[in-house]
Design a binder for this molecule. Structure first.
Ligand code: AMP
Ligand code: GLY
Length: 455
C-alpha cells in the first residue's frame, strides 16, 4: 500500500488526462486537482480543491497544505503555461515541493517568442527566419520587403490569438497595427516577430525533459520524445473556418517517414538539448515541439513548455508505462534510463465545443453522457469546460450533474488497432454525449483534415 499523493494544477482536458494517468498508477493513493473541473471531480482517486489559478502565492499555499504529512515522493504536476511563466514551478521547488514543470527561465521559451527564436538561432535549431520589431514603421518595412505570405507573431502569451498567418502585406500590416498600435493584446503584442511563412503538414511532438546542471554533469540530461501527435486547429471539417484551441487530436501520426523523425532528432531535439544544458537551466517537466514538415525537412514553429491540449488526450492513452513513475524519474534525474513503452495502434480524440465557439457562446448547458455506451466501445471522456452543478438535471456523473462552463467542453478518446477503428469508436462514443448547442468535427484523423489549403 502506498500513500503517495499528487497534485495537478490546471482545469482543462489535458489536466483531466494527466490526473487519469496518475490515478492509474499503483504508487498513487490520491490525486488532488487545483482547481480541476467537473471530470476530475469524479475520476477515480481524484478530487478538486478550489484556488485562484492566477494567484501563484495561493496555489503554493494550497500545495504546501495538501502535501503536508503526505508520503515521501509526493509531487505536483503543473499543466498550463501561464503559471509556469509566472514562476510557479520555481516557487514550489523553493518551498521544498517536488514538481514536474519548467522553472521560470526555460518557461520563457514559450512566454516570449523573441526569447524562443533567439534560443533557436543561438543553438542552430531548424526554424523559420524571422525579425523582431518593437517599432511599427520598421515592422511594416519588413513586411513590405517580403511582399508575400508572412506570419506575424506577438511576442508574449496571447492564449492562441497572437499568431496571424497573413496571405500578403495588407493583412500583415492590419495585424501589426492591431498588436502594436491599438494594443489588442495588451503588452503581449508590443513586440512582434515578422516570420517567414512555411508550408507543409504540422505535427506535435510532446516530450519529457530532465535537464539540470547535475544531470548534465553526469551525462544524464535528456529530452525523451513521446509518440507523435496531430492537432486539428480549424473549427470546421476540411480544415475550414477560424482557428480554435484545438478541435481534436490523433496519435501517432500515420505514415510518418523515419527520415523525418531522424531529422527532427538531429536538427531540432539534440540542438535544443545542448541549448538547455548550455544555459544551465533547471528544466524538469514537459516540452512540446510544434513542427512544420517542409520540403526542406522539419522546422520548429514553436516551443511550448507543457503538454499540448488536446494532444495529451490522444497521447497518454497510448502509454504502456507508469506515468507517475515517469514523473518521479523526471524529478530525480533518472529519466535517461526510464523504460518508455507505447501501445500499438492509434488514438482518435475529437473535441466537442459549445455552439458559437470560438466566438461568444452560452454556458450552463446540462451535459448528458451515456456512460454505459461510452464504456461499451472502450472509449473515455476527458472533460474540460465542464463543472458540477447540483441544480442541473443531467446524470453525467455519480458526483452530480455536469454543465458546460467553457468553449471546449470535452474530448472523447478511443484506441483502435488502426486509425480508422479508433475514429469509428471515438465517433460512436461521441453519439452517447449531448448538450445544447454541441458541435464537433466529423473528420478528425482523416487524411488532409489538419491541412488548410487557404491562407
Ligand atoms: P504557434 O502559436 O507559433 O504554433 O502558431 C500557431 C499556428 O500558426 C501554428 O500552428 C501554424 O499553423 C501557424 N504558424 C506559425 N508559424 C508559422 C510559420 N512560420 N509558417 C506558417 N504557419 C505558421
Ligand atoms: N495543441 C496545441 C497546444 O497545446 O498549444
Amino acid at each position: 500500500m502506498t500513500t503517495m499523493k499528487t497534485i495537478v494544477i490546471g482545469s482543462g482536458g489535458r489536466e483531466h488526462a494527466i490526473a487519469w494517468a496518475l490515478a492509474r498508477s499503483g504508487d498513487i493513493k490520491e490525486v488532488v486537482c487545483i482547481p480541476g473541473n467537473g471530470g476530475t471531480a469524479v475520476e477515480e482517486k481524484c478530487s478538486n480543491v478550489s484556488a485562484n489559478i492566477h494567484d501563484i502565492g495561493s496555489i503554493v499555499d494550497a500545495c504546501v497544505r495538501e502535501l503536508s504529512g503526505s508520503a515521501e515522493g509526493s509531487f505536483v504536476v503543473v499543466g498550463p503555461e501561464d503559471p509556469l511563466a509566472a514562476g510557479l514551478a520555481t516557487r514550489l521547488a523553493e518551498s521544498g515541493i517536488r514538481v514536474v514543470g519548467a522553472s521560470h527561465k526555460p518557461a520563457m521559451l514559450e512566454a516570449s517568442k523573441d526569447i524562443a527564436k533567439a534560443f533557436m538561432k543561438k543553438y542552430g535549431v531548424a526554424c523559420a527566419e524571422s525579425e523582431t520589431h518593437t517599432d511599427l514603421t520598421s515592422a511594416i518595412a519588413a513586411v513590405n520587403r517580403i511582399n508575400g505570405p508572412v506570419v506575424i507573431k506577438a511576442d508574449g502569451l496571447a492564449a492562441g490569438k497572437g499568431v496571424v498567418v497573413a496571405p500578403g502585406p495588407e493583412e500583415a500590416i492590419r495585424a501589426l497595427k492591431s498588436f502594436m498600435e491599438e494594443g489588442s493584446l495588451g503588452s503581449a503584442g508590443r513586440k512582434v516577430l515578422v516570420e517567414e511563412y512555411l508550408q507543409g503538414d504540422e505535427i506535435s511532438i510532446l516530450a519529457a525533459v530532465s535537464v539540470t546542471p547535475e544531470t548534465a554533469a553526469a551525462g544524464n540530461a535528456v529530452i525523451q520524445p513521446f509518440v507523435t501527435a496531430r492537432d486539428h486547429k480549424r473549427l470546421r471539417d476540411g480544415a475550414k473556418g477560424p482557428n480554435t484551441g484545438g478541435m481534436g487530436a490523433i496519435a501517432p501520426v500515420p505514415e510518418l517517414d523515419d527520415r523525418v523523425l531522424e531529422q527532427f532528432r538531429t536538427d531540432i531535439l539534440e540542438l535544443t538539448l545542448q541549448g538547455l544544458i548550455s544555459e544551465q537551466f533547471d528544466y524538469r517537466g514537459f516540452l512540446f515541439f510544434g513542427l512544420m514538415l517542409t520540403k526542406d525537412g522539419p522546422k520548429l514553429l514553436e516551443y511550448n513548455v507543457r503538454l499540448g491540449d488536446p494532444e495529451t488526450q490522444a497521447v497518454l492513452p497510448l502509454m504502456d508505462f507508469d506515468f507517475a513513475r515517469m514523473c518521479g524519474a523526471i524529478i530525480d534525474g533518472t529519466l535517461a534510463s526510464f523504460d518508455f513503452r507505447w501501445k500499438d495502434g492509434y488514438v482518435c480524440a475529437p473535441v466537442a465545443v459549445s455552439g458559437g465557439y470560438p466566438q461568444a457562446y452560452q454556458k450552463g448547458m446540462p451535459i448528458f453522457v451515456n456512460r454505459a455506451a461510452v464504456e461499451a466501445v472502450g472509449a473515455r471522456v476527458f472533460f474540460a469546460g465542464a463543472i458540477n452543478d447540483k441544480r442541473s438535471s443531467s446524470q453525467a456523473s455519480p458526483a452530480g450533474p455536469l454543465v458546460t462552463s467553457g468553449g471546449r467542453v470535452l474530448a472523447v478518446s478511443a484506441h483502435g488497432t488502426t486509425l480508422e477503428e479508433a475514429r469509428e469508436k471515438a465517433y460512436r462514443a461521441m453519439e452517447a454525449v449531448s448538450f445544447d448547442g454541441m458541435f464537433y468535427r466529423r473528420d478528425i484523423g482523416l487524411p488532409g483534415a489538419a491541412v488548410s489549403g487557404d491562407l
